[in-house]
Unconditional design. Structure first.
Length: 187
């Protein structure tokens, strides 16, 4: 069981399995990620010492978003800037995720600046995106299955990539694609 614990405006909040109830713009003073180890060893606790803010992207953030996405060869050109949530430390954008609501809801383009990786920022962004969901399912197509599993996603074979996404249906690389379809289901 994964538990995220953090202080929000001086009040202790906790989320189970990576689901933290965050509304964009809450100011996080401290972030702790506790990962219980599989063999009953001591839990690993990571602490982000800088203050972090999760907020909705504004038009002026687009260049920084594209730069961050390009670090991981992610393409977000077809996404509106308003689809993105940002993680900021000292007014610097250190992470981003897009939440797309079309005929399905999708977590898309998760990226964290390399200097801020392994501090729980990606999980925080995904949890924030999931809190925007109005439906019972949120999809992701990814090569980072273990990352999404930590946030409660499971891998599925049905529906397939080509059933969910038009760009997959007509992609010449579909047969050799390394992306997996994952889904988070509201309980």
């Amino acid at each position: 069981m994964r538990r995220i614990v953090f202080l929000v405006e001086g009040r202790l909040k906790a989320g189970i399995n990576g689901f933290v109830f965050i509304i964009g713009g809450w100011y996080l003073q401290h972030l702790f990620i506790e990962n219980p180890s599989p063999q009953g060893q001591d839990s690993e606790i990571m602490h982000l010492t800088q203050d972090i803010t999760v907020c909705q992207a504004a038009a002026g953030d687009r260049a920084a978003i594209d730069s961050l996405l390009s670090t991981y060869f992610l393409d977000g050109q077809d996404l509106d800037t308003g689809d993105f949530l940002l993680a900021r430390v000292d007014d610097k954008i250190v992470g981003t995720v897009a939440f797309v609501r079309d005929y399905i809801e999708e977590v898309h383009s998760v990226a964290v600046h390399p200097s801020f990786r392994n501090k729980g920022i990606g999980a925080l962004l995904v949890s924030s995106a999931l809190n925007l969901s109005l439906g019972s399912e949120v999809y992701a197509r990814t090569t980072a299955t273990s990352f999404f599993r930590k946030s409660g996603f499971i891998e599925v074979t049905s529906p397939s990539r080509e059933e969910l996404w038009d760009d997959c249906a007509c992609c010449e690389y579909l047969e050799n694609c390394s992306q997996h379809v994952m889904v988070w289901r509201r309980e």
